[in-house]
Write a protein that binds this ligand. Structure first.
Ligand code: ZN
Length: 161
């Protein structure tokens, strides 16, 4: 069972801004499905690489936050999740290799998500997509170009199955 008790007060390594995060006492890693790229469907735990954006604009990893204290509650803000649209900016401006890697894994998951949906709903359609090596779900052209740039032109969808 996932249990949370109070909050952890943490400081970002970039500018020292403080945030309040859930203080997990126990975690449940169950999910409906586990994909080979690390993605979990129906996960009971956060399903990302711990990538967050500090209020100063810097991208940071949860594991690099500095512990300050714990409290029952806090009015401090939480750290914002990073959206798919922010990933190209994160990769371009990453302060470390591990931040860039986290962003690239999120791009990978984003791409594979289309294949996972197709695999679940249309197994025959998935085979067709692999044969033609195209994104199974239509994407806006500008988004497709961004993702291709992020992955340096390499489709990674065949890592899913
Ligand atoms: Zn900062």
């Amino acid at each position: 069972m996932t249990m949370v008790r109070g909050v952890r007060i943490v400081a970002s390594p970039c500018c020292g801004a403080q945030y309040a995060l859930p203080n997990y006492m126990s975690m449940n890693f169950s999910a409906f499905a586990f994909w080979t790229d690390g993605w979990r469907d129906g996960s009971l735990m956060p399903n990302d690489e711990g990538l967050r954006r500090c209020q100063c604009g810097q991208f940071v990893l949860l594991k690099n936050l500095v512990e300050v204290s714990t409290a029952d509650d806090s009015t401090l803000p939480s750290l914002g999740h990073v959206s798919t649209e922010q990933l190209p900016e994160c990769i371009a401006s990453a302060a470390s290799d591990e931040v860039e890697l986290a962003a690239r894994i999120m791009v990978w998951h984003h791409l594979n998500g289309f294949v996972a949906q197709t695999a679940t709903a249309h197994p025959v359609g998935l085979r067709h997509e692999f044969e033609h090596r195209q994104a199974p779900t239509p994407l806006p052209h500008h988004q497709l170009e961004t993702i291709q740039r992020c992955t340096q032109g390499t489709w990674v969808t065949d890592h899913v199955v």
